[in-house]
Design a protein around this ligand. Structure first.
Ligand code: MN
Length: 303
């Protein structure tokens, strides 16, 4: 099942090229604040599923193109992110560590945005803002101390995720915390509809205003250094995971700068695809980024 959020906090099931509003069956109130309905929906999904499926089968279909898709879980308990989780990305960044011996960091929930929300570049002269294409993993149940072999019991589904970053050597969280620096979408595909999340091909292109497309990233989740069971086990060793928590699983090689006017297109096998425009914002200047920095990236072949 593909579960989307749209048009001011409505919940929809995507059927082909259409979407059916199932907000009532999902128990989600559009426009609520804080927007925690999706978290409750994920917690209660097993019980709600029959009613949601019935609503999806009988409700009015709207063309997907006629609605505004929003980030599926806008108010999770936390967004967990694994750094350097593909060897070739570690090589391009000349990083001597990997997620297996570094652990995770957190992105602020306020950095979440949706497929229709532009990435707003901060005003940081002398710096590059880079895309990182990642598989987003949505946690389904409250859990602590999950054993590797039990990981599937705690994953609700998957989404496309971009971990945007200002390159530099300053605190990683600071550089990854700007508003709109965590696009997630276009929907969540429930885990039962993703046959093998540990062998998902994925790609990211940057599209220029003239329509030309550059394939920047192309990889497969089978090459994760810390695999999905390991990510669930590692995060839950430290913190209680909650329904709706999002794991950014790490980016492969091919990261690079985006500029205003670009469109970033991410596709993940069995999950979906979304295109996110890039605009220049006026905010974001900070003395932290006073010194110019160009990342010394060593180009690696794509997967
Ligand atoms: Mn990342």
């Amino acid at each position: 099942m593909r579960i989307a959020r749209f048009d001011g906090g409505r919940i929809g099931v995507v059927v082909g090229e259409d979407i059916v509003d199932v907000s009532a069956a999902a128990g989600v109130t559009p426009g609520e604040w804080p927007p925690v309905g999706p978290v409750r929906l994920i917690r209660d999904f097993d019980a709600l599923r029959p009613a949601i499926e019935a609503a999806a089968a009988t409700g009015a279909k709207l063309p997907l193109a006629s609605v505004r898709l929003e980030t599926p879980v806008p108010w999770p308990n936390k967004v967990i992110a694994y750094p350097v989780n593909y060897h070739a990305h570690g090589n391009e960044m000349q990083a001597g560590y990997r997620a297996t011996n570094q652990g995770f960091f957190l992105k602020p929930n306020s950095s979440l945005s949706g497929p229709a929300d532009p990435i707003v570049l901060p005003h940081v002269p002398g710096r590059e803002v880079h895309h990182e294409a990642e598989l987003g993993i949505i946690i389904g149940k409250t859990a602590r101390g999950v054993a590797r072999e039990d990981w599937k019991d705690y994953v609700f589904g998957y989404a496309c995720l971009m971990d945007m970053v200002v390159r530099g050597r300053e605190e990683r969280v600071f550089r990854k915390a700007y508003d709109t620096f965590c696009p997630v979408g276009p929907w969540i595909v429930t885990a039962d509809a993703v046959p093998d999340p540990q062998a998902l091909e994925f790609k990211l292109w940057v599209v220029k205003p003239d329509g030309s497309r550059e394939l920047r990233q192309h990889a497969n989740t089978r090459d994760l250094v810390l695999d999905i069971p390991g990510m669930v086990a590692t995060a839950s060793a430290v913190m209680t995971l909650q329904p709706g928590d999002i794991i950014a699983s790490g980016t492969p090689q091919g990261v690079g700068p985006i500029v205003a006017g670009d469109t970033v297109h991410i596709w993940i096998q069995d999950v979906g695809e979304m295109t996110v425009p890039v605009v220049q914002g006026t905010e974001g200047a900070t003395e932290v980024f006073a010194d110019a920095y160009v990342p010394p990236i060593v180009k690696q072949p794509l997967g």
